[in-house]
Ligand binder design. Structure first.
Ligand code: NAP
Length: 265
């Protein structure tokens, strides 16, 4: 199945499962920025929730909100028994301590998987691993290479692949070209998340059986979105951009929301 088909299939399952509850799962999104990209991400999350018959609320505040006020609002959502999942949209205004905000969300409602004590897997790695598992990637003992070591994508991705028993190598801007070539050409799975258009190209000799997951989102000179990998690499599976990891990330949020609801029943 391609990513779009997989997402539609899982949405059908999530919709059916929620129908067994007296009340549908409910998501609360707290936004304290006026960032157009955040607005677009939030619209997507509200739309997904609506499509599944789930409930959602957006609590939007001015970016001038104080940290104390924001933490009070988070506490309010934590204590609201009708809310199953709570996320705080990033980025936050610079006067607000991101760690304090992430730590304030109740771990049992932390469907973004950001709290240190959370029981939820973070959405981008979870969405990717769920899809790879469905597509038959065997994980155990396989050589996984993660390109990029950011706190938001690279590190949590590497962590989840380790949890799935892969041999994990993380590459970054200080990796030499020789080592990069070696690791890429020995990889069974490559997850590329560096933010450079078509960085992974056909100059490498990939394994025919390799899976390539493209997390990158780059605006090309043509005004369109492009991934970090050149389309059509000679591998077994390659996720497209757009219509790839972004959709899987959104799906994983809904999967976590349903788990949160089940845990609270
Ligand atoms: P980031 O914070 O800028 O991190 C980029 C990482 O790539 C860094 O670890 C950096 O290494 C590494 N890097 C940069 N140039 C490199 C090079 N020439 N060779 C090897 N590694 C290199 O970016 P991010 O937030 O992780 O995001 C990465 C991409 O994913 C972006 O395009 C972003 O838009 C996209 N993204 C997509 C989703 C989604 O849901 N689809 C979610 C989040 C992000 P150093 O640490 O050494 O500097």
């Amino acid at each position: 199945m391609n990513v779009k088909e997989f997402v539609q299939y899982r949405k059908g399952v999530l919709k059916d499962e929620a129908a067994s509850f007296a009340k549908p799962p409910k998501l609360c999104i707290i936004q304290a920025n006026d960032n157009p990209a955040s607005d677009a991400y939030i619209r997507g999350k509200l739309k997904d929730s609506d499509e599944l018959g789930y409930l959602s609320e957006l609590w939007k505040f001015e970016p001038t909100i104080t940290q104390e006020e924001l933490l009070t609002k988070i506490e309010e959502a934590n204590n609201d028994p009708s809310i199953d999942g709570l996320i705080v949209q990033l980025p936050l205004p610079s006067h607000i301590d991101e760690a304090a905000v992430k730590n304030a969300v109740a771990p049992e409602k932390d469907v973004d998987g950001f709290h240190p004590m959370t029981t939820f897997d973070p959405c981008t790695p979870k969405g990717i691993c769920d899809y790879l598992a469905h597509e038959g990637f065997p994980f155990k003992g396989k050589n996984a290479v993660v390109l990029g070591r950011s706190n938001i994508v690279g590190k949590p991705m590497a962590h989840m692949l380790l949890k799935n028993d892969c041999n994990v190598t993380v590459l970054h801007s200080k990796t030499t070209p020789e080592d990069r070539k070696f690791y890429i050409e020995h990889a069974d799975l490559i997850v590329v998340a560096i933010g450079r258009m078509h960085y992974l190209d056909s100059s490498y000799k990939y394994k025919d059986s390799a899976y390539v997951v493209d997390v990158g989102i780059n605006r090309g000179e043509d005004g369109r979105l492009h991934g970090d990998a050149e389309p059509g690499l000679p591998v077994k599976l390659q996720t497209p951009v757009p219509g790839g990891v972004g959709l899987l990330t959104r799906l994983a949020l809904m999967e976590n929301l349903l788990i949160a609801k089940k845990n609270r029943e």
